[in-house]
Structures are given as structure tokens and as C-alpha cells.
Write a protein that binds this ligand. Structure first.
Ligand code: SAM
Ligand code: ZN
Length: 414
């Protein structure tokens, strides 16, 4: 078939598809080629799609039935095609895009991969399509919303089209809003205020989760957060939607605020959505800034990630296993960690001190009986239940000890 634009072949996972020739659409070095091409395809999102495939394989291992999946914002169709080819028990995938060129290309790719029986391609508005599947026997086991920017305009219809116990996967790329550069659009879309802190990407996931919890609650539904992560230019959230007003109430109880002191790094998680109590930092008496309302509960289900890791090792192509398992392993390690994290170099900058080893800080915190570990959000950060004051004391002591050691080595050498 001939397309009205230059094309290339892309291989990913177990499929090969036709995509726009991205080089042809990046005229200036600053051009973001996927957005300039007539049909969207971003090779950088391979990791996002790998993990989406793993999550579906895990969903199947948990529910033990054939799965139906919807990808209502599909671009060239690569994600839905991978679901159909790489997850044995997926019996039907609906792939859809508002752009007729995208739908045509997706249809071509489905045929070329010999999947016409399993994958149906539509050319509708995503909300329109999802509403069509909202009645009880039509619903999907998984809906994967992978839009430009915010997924929120599609969340209500996605929930309505999702079977109870189904998996909702959401990508958000509007990080300028979610991370506090533009607080107003963040409040409009997510109903909470962001903060430009060093842990703003975690806050972004918490804001998105909070918005989803409120969206499902009006249907007397709740969510179980099974997986979430941040990579480069997007955040991703996986929740299992469950029925029951009591569970919905329990989920709503996990919405709160995070108060942050920009002067001394102190932060406090509150388990309620209202600004109660003092708004002054207990450490330095400066005014506290507030993020939220947002989700203050767990962001990772350890069991779910463990199953994803097993699936990654046995099902991904060899060249992908290292990258994917490295991220999943990091995330698994922080599954039970407290909210927010401290960035050691930021604290050292403020103290005008050199940066000690992050691993050493973690071991000192653990020696003092604190929970402490690394986080996938930032390699130089520590997730811990210790206060900012304790971390600063440990940093100061570490630097003093290493200076003393260097000085005594110099004296010995002389
Ligand atoms: C980020 S791309 C999707 C990428 C794809 N999920 C993947 O993994 O390669 C977003 C897609 O949403 C489509 N889109 C935008 N608004 C839409 C709407 N209201 N309904 C359906 N599709 C829409 C765009 O045409 C675009 O192809
Ligand atoms: Zn303070």
C-alpha cells in the first residue's frame, strides 16, 4: 500500500510495523518529529509499551480468563498490536484513533501482522468509542489511555467501559502542569495543586492518582494502585478498578496534602484534604507551601511488580530485558517506602558542603533505625522516614569524618 507520507519499518517486541519516517519530519534540530508526523509514533516510548505488555500478562495471571483490551488513542497501532501478539490470552483488542490517517495505518499494520481476527480498528473520538462499550457485558478487561498531554478528558469514559477488576493504564505527559510550572491547568485537570519541589514527579503521580480516585468514587468504585513510575518526559499509572461504596470511601480517605518548606526541606504528609493546623514550618518557622489534594497512599503493589519482573525475564526479547528489569527492580525496592524523598545534592548545595555517597547516607539512616533506600525518581535521592534535620546532621557528620580522614592521611604521608 502507498501512504501519502514517507514511511519506515519499526520492529518492537514481537511485531514489525510501518511508521512515519521520522527523519523526514524533523526540519529543525529543535523539532519534535513524532508530533510533526501525520501519524504519531514515538520510538522512545518502547519502554512504556514493554511495561504495558507485562502488566497485561500479569493481569491475566491474576484473573485467569481471556482478556479484551481497548487502546482508544492508538496512533499507528503498535501498542494494541503488541498486546494481541505478545499476550497469549488477549482475545480481542480495539485499536482506535481520531485521525483517519492513523486508523488507516493501524489497519495496515494489523493486517501485515496477520491479526485481523483479533484486532479491530476504529476511527472515532476516544470518548465516543469508550461510551459505546460502557454497558455491563461489553466492557473491557483493560483500557490503556496514552494521549498527548493529560489523560483526564478520557478517564470518566474509560472507567465506564472497564469491567470491575479491570486494569486502567494512564500516561500523562503534561509534566509542566503536574510539576508546578503551570499550577492552574494542573488544578483544572487534576483538582489539586502541584509544587515545584525536588520530588515534583512523585507529586505528579500522586495528583493523577488522586484525580482518578475521585473520578471512580462517583460511580461507587475504588482503585487499587498496582504500579506507577516516572521516566524522562512522562508519568504512568496502573490501577485496578474495584466495586463497592465502602472501598470507595476507604480510597477517598487516602487523599491528603503534602506540606513543604522551601527553606529547610521539611515536609509533612497529612491524611486529610483541608488546611488544618499551623502552616508554619516546625523546624525553621518559615511559611509552608502546600501540594494537593492528592493521593498519599501506596504507589506500588510489591506483588504486582514481582510478577511483572518474572514476566519480563521470561517474555521480553533479550535486548530489552536488562533495561526493563533494572527499572522494575528499582521500583520494587521502593514499594513500601514513605512518600516524598530528599535529594542529597540539593541539601548539600544549601549547606555549601560537598556531596557524600548517597549509599553511605542510607546506611547511616538505617543504623539509626530509619527506613531508607534509593528511588527510581532520582539517583541521588533517598526515600526515608527520617526528618530533614536528621538527614542534614548525617550529611554534616559524614563530611566532617571524611575531611578528618583526608587530613590524617596527608599528615601520615608527610
Ligand atoms: C500519544 S499518541 C498515541 C501513541 C500510541 N498510544 C503509541 O503507543 O504509539 C496520541 C494519539 O491520540 C490521538 N487522538 C487525539 N485526540 C483524540 C481523540 N479525542 N480521540 C481519539 N484519538 C485521539 C492522536 O491522533 C494520536 O495519534
Ligand atoms: Zn522549614
Amino acid at each position: 500500500m502507498r501512504f501519502s507520507f514517507p514511511t519506515a519499518n519499526a520492529s518492537e517486541g514481537a511485531v514489525s510495523v510501518v511508521v512515519p519516517e521520522l527523519k523526514a519530519f524533523a526540519k529543525a534540530p529543535s523539532d519534535y518529529a513524532p508530533a510533526k508526523a501525520p501519524v504519531f509514533f514515538n520510538p522512545v516510548m518502547e519502554l512504556n509499551r514493554d511495561i504495558a505488555v507485562l502488566s497485561l500478562r500479569v493481569l491475566h495471571s491474576l484473573v485467569q480468563r481471556d482478556l479484551t483490551v481497548c487502546e482508544p488513542l492508538a496512533g499507528c497501532g503498535i501498542r494494541g498490536i503488541r498486546f494481541a501478539r505478545e499476550v497469549e490470552n488477549v482475545k480481542k483488542v480495539i485499536v482506535n484513533d481520531l485521525s483517519s490517517e492513523a486508523s488507516k495505518l493501524a489497519e495496515w499494520n494489523v493486517k501485515e501482522n496477520g491479526l485481523d481476527e483479533k484486532v479491530a480498528v476504529e476511527n472515532k473520538d476516544a470518548n465516543d468509542l469508550l461510551s459505546h462499550y460502557a454497558s455491563p457485558r461489553r466492557r473491557f478487561d483493560c483500557v490503556d489511555i496514552d494521549p498527548f498531554g493529560s489523560p483526564m478528558p478520557f478517564v470518566d469514559s474509560a472507567i465506564r467501559s472497564l469491567r470491575r477488576g479491570g486494569l486502567l493504564a494512564l500516561t500523562a505527559t503534561d509534566l509542566a502542569s503536574l510539576c508546578g510550572v503551570y499550577p492552574r491547568p494542573c488544578f483544572r485537570r487534576y483538582g489539586g495543586f502541584p509544587l515545584r519541589t525536588e520530588y515534583c514527579h512523585e507529586l505528579a503521580i500522586r495528583l493523577l492518582t488522586g484525580a482518578v480516585v475521585r473520578s471512580v468514587a462517583k460511580f461507587d468504585l475504588s482503585v487499587r494502585v498496582v504500579f506507577s513510575y516516572y521516566v524522562a518526559h512522562y508519568i504512568r499509572l496502573y490501577v485496578i478498578v474495584e466495586s463497592g461504596a465502602k472501598r470507595a470511601d476507604a480510597s477517598l480517605k487516602q487523599l491528603g496534602l503534602i506540606k513543604h518548606c522551601f527553606s529547610c526541606f521539611h515536609r509533612k504528609v497529612t491524611g486529610h484534604m483541608f488546611l488544618l493546623g499551623s502552616n508554619t514550618c516546625p523546624e525553621c518557622h518559615e511559611k509552608l507551601s502546600v501540594a494537593g489534594p492528592l493521593w498519599v497512599g501506596r504507589l506500588i503493589d510489591e506483588h504486582f511488580v514481582t510478577l511483572m519482573l518474572e514476566e519480563a525475564r521470561c517474555s521480553l526479547p533479550k535486548r530489552r530485558v536488562y533495561k526493563v528489569t533494572k527499572l522494575l527492580t528499582q521500583i520494587k525496592q521502593e514499594a513500601n517506602a514513605p512518600a516524598t524523598f530528599y535529594v542529597v545534592d540539593r541539601i548539600c548545595d544549601s549547606l555549601n558542603l560537598p556531596v557524600p555517597s548517597v549509599k553511605k547516607i542510607i546506611s547511616e539512616l538505617q543504623k539509626k533505625g530509619h527506613q531508607a533506600g534509593l528511588t527510581h525518581f532520582k539517583p541521588t535521592a533517598v526515600k526515608t522516614d527520617a526528618s530533614a534535620k536528621t538527614i542534614k546532621e548525617i550529611i554534616v557528620a559524614e563530611i566532617a569524618a571524611s575531611t578528618q580522614k583526608k587530613n590524617s592521611q596527608r599528615l601520615t604521608l608527610k
